[in-house]
Design a protein around this ligand. Structure first.
Ligand SMILES: Nc1ncnc2c1ncn2[C@@H]1O[C@H](COP(=O)(O)OP(=O)(O)OP(=O)(O)O)[C@@H](O)[C@H]1O
Ligand SMILES: [Mg+2]
Length: 243
């Protein structure tokens, strides 16, 4: 069974069609790099998968939960589908530990000691074991973004969605965050990530999905899609990002 399945998904904001009959399957362990121009619908795609946006047509499944079924418990669904944004949205008045344990203790009703252990494990995975008692403003942007990833990992999601998580970082901090993503990929985490990092898409991605005008315009293995684009739109996009 696919982990995530979109079937003819249409999303509109008023008159504007932002996702136009998008179909996409994500299998366990896949690392899908979603690329495309500004406004092509990349963020909306991720937000719909996480149930943050209602859709106007089609169906989205995560395992056998139908995301757009009004009966689906979205809080439960979001335990399976983690999402990390460009702006990491840590609570500034809470320690790193508390930022990470908040959701497990409140949403999953986990005992504090167990949640602390989970926070330690999650921080180890992002290489920040020594920062458990720090506050967000004592961390660099890259470290804060890694805490945001750890916070999402602590919910033990089956799939992670990343929306341009390195775009707001100073260039020298991007590498450490990409390294964390690479490690997650090696550990078998299934992920969909919107990224401008073409090197990462090529080297770590198992598939590249090029969005254009709300459609999946081209997709395939990274070497094929990036190395041998089939459409003028894809060629032109690659020209604009590689030069
Ligand atoms: N809440 C909203 N209300 C109205 N229109 C929206 C809303 N969110 C997004 N849109 C529109 O939907 C389209 C797709 O937006 P989306 O954010 O998914 O693009 P994107 O591919 O992520 O772009 P970028 O690379 O700039 O992040 C855009 O035209 C945008 O203006
Ligand atoms: Mg976006």
């Amino acid at each position: 069974m696919s982990l995530v399945r979109l079937e003819d998904v249409t999303k509109r904001f008023g008159q504007l069609t932002v996702l136009d009959q998008v179909s996409l399957k994500v299998e366990p362990g896949e690392i899908i790099a979603v690329i495309g121009r500004s406004g092509s619908g990349k963020s909306t795609l991720l937000r719909c998968i996480n149930g943050l946006e209602p859709i106007q047509g089609g169906r989205i499944l995560v395992e056998d939960d139908v995301v757009n079924d009004p009966k689906t418990d979205l809080r439960k669904l979001r335990q399976k589908v983690g999402i990390v944004f460009q702006s990491y949205n840590l609570f500034p008045h809470l320690s790193v530990e508390r930022n990470i344990t908040l959701a497990p203790t409140v949403v999953k009703k986990m005992p504090p000691a167990e949640a602390r252990k989970l926070a330690e494990e999650a921080l180890a995975r992002v290489g920040l074991s020594d920062k458990i008692d720090a506050y967000p403003d004592q961390l660099s942007g890259g470290q804060q973004q890694r805490v945001a990833i750890a916070r999402s990992l602590a919910m033990q999601p089956k799939v992670m969605l990343f929306d341009e998580i390195t775009s707001a970082l100073d260039p020298e901090l991007i590498g450490e965050v990409l390294k964390v993503l690479e490690a997650l990929a090696r550990q078998g985490m299934t992920m969909l990530l919107v990224t401008h990092e073409m090197g990462f898409a090529r080297n770590v991605g198992t598939r590249v999905v090029f969005m254009h005008h709300g459609k999946v315009w081209e997709q395939g293995p990274p070497a094929q899609v990036l190395g041998n684009p089939q459409t003028p739109e894809m060629k032109s996009f690659l020209g604009s990002v590689l030069h």
